[in-house]
Design a protein around this ligand. Sequence first.
Ligand code: ATP
Ligand code: MG
Length: 575
Amino acid sequence: MTEKENMNEQNETPPEQGAPSNFIREIVTADLAAGKNNGAVVTRFPPEPNGYLHIGHAKSICLNFGLAAEFKGRCHLRFDDTNPAKEEVEYIDSIKEDVHWLGFDWGEHMYYASDYFEKLYEYAVALIKKGKAYVCSLTAAEIREYRGTLTEPGRESPYRNRSVEENLDLFARMRAGEFEEGKHVLRAKIDMASGNLNMRDPVMYRILKAEHHRTGDTWCIYPMYDYAHCVSDSVEGITHSICTLEFEDHRPLYDWFLDELGVACHPQQIEFARLNLTHTVMSKRKFLKLVGQGHVSGWDDPRMPTLSGIRRRGYTPSSVRNFCERIGVAKRNSVVDMALLEHCIREEMNKAAPRAMAVLRPLRVVLTNYPEGESEELDAVNNPEDPSMGARKVPFSRELYIEEEDFMENPPKQFFRLAPGREVRLRYAYFITCVDVVKDGNGRIIELHCTYDPATRGGDAPDNRKVKATLHWVSAQHASEAEVRLYDHLFTTPNPGDERECPEITGCLNPASLVTLDSCRIEPSLARAERGARFQFERQGYFFVDPIDSAEGRPVFNRIVSLKDSYAKAMKAKG
Ligand code: ATP
Ligand code: MG
């Protein structure tokens, strides 16, 4: 990397790109133009409360709540809590917090699929009465075997032609708890020869003798997702039921249930591609493993792609929304480069974050010609992108810290920063020249002796002489100590979710994904930083004051991103 006189060149942003068109927006627009649904747009975000939300969910949240806002409709938050064994109240609370953090609100429209258990039961009875559902007493293994394969049709269950009366009786007794788990299930009676496996008499209800977090032990039969989901949508008056591509093959079943039930509201299911991001995984099951085995500090570990992790890292809600807008909504699965997410926060922070100086790995510098015991205050701009953010005073004195890596005793050709005999600029301050290198008994550099040129105050030489580098620094006596946490990708491979690339995710963890530096030196303005504040540390990146681990007078800074924008660079190269 070549050094630039102007450090801010590192934050250049690429040309603005318009948000890609969105086929779902077009469908909704066309529906409205055709007068469908009496002009209503009602969407929902339906998480299963079995883990914390991740950035993939943000895509779905932005899409569903975004459409509702755009078309003056509404978006429901619905917990798909049909699986009692895996769900916890902790997850429900975190999901609500994350949706709010992203900037969306469901108003009074928060629901639970479990609200509809009675309705779902009644509808199931109606299907039995219509001869469209039956109690099957095959074992789970037998049901699987009878289902057939993609190339072979299935076989009908020997219980398929039970009478309506017998079915009603057995189903009522299933509900009453008369049978053990696995003894019977309720199945839809559709078509065992269908080319679509989902249509081969899918299971609607199974017996589960489990406590439910909301309904307690009221129920011992629980509806399956495919059945519960479409009915929940219909009951709530959803107009557009937006889901990810893996449900495309389930759409005929979604439609079958609603058609057979003859409900007034039959939402339109629309599928889009889920978000995949490089260098991370996007599955609650895998996160559970990372958290459970202690590979990360928790669901909100700043390296996690969970919304709580991303928030703790320091991302803003607007940067995440902007990211979701830019990736667009398509029908084809793809993998988005993590660099785009990083680009979004960088772009925002470049405009919004006050600049400050912090030395992460301090190297002491003594200015031998600066008067002992004296100090002065220099003017530093808070944000060169935004003059309205003003300026501040930075103390300067005889003893300073600079970044260890900004000095080399025997510099190679491309190294333009400080070296013996060489002059560089200290940002907002003076030109300094290195005159001596002080080492300890082991030959380790412990201190540099430099001289400063008083005529260069403010950072410019009256004779117009040039230097090739500008360094950040802090005054030793005025600086405070801080802890800084530098983050890198959690996984070493670009696609850890791909089992060929990473058969066991814990085997692909990046051992250097967290580097903790506990004796950084920060300028006085940073010592007073409030929890949750964001800064650009000159030349080091954008940082966030950790809201949990920071202590009074000793902040902990999480690096959100470095300044190097690989996305902008790639876009530039493309032209
Ligand atoms: P996971 O596999 O992580 O458990 P999930 O799909 O089972 O995810 P749900 O709680 O069922 O998680 O998801 C709630 C909603 O979010 C669904 O509508 C789902 O389609 C959507 N969603 C989940 N993951 C993604 C993703 N990666 N990209 C876009 N939408 C997603
Ligand atoms: Mg799910």
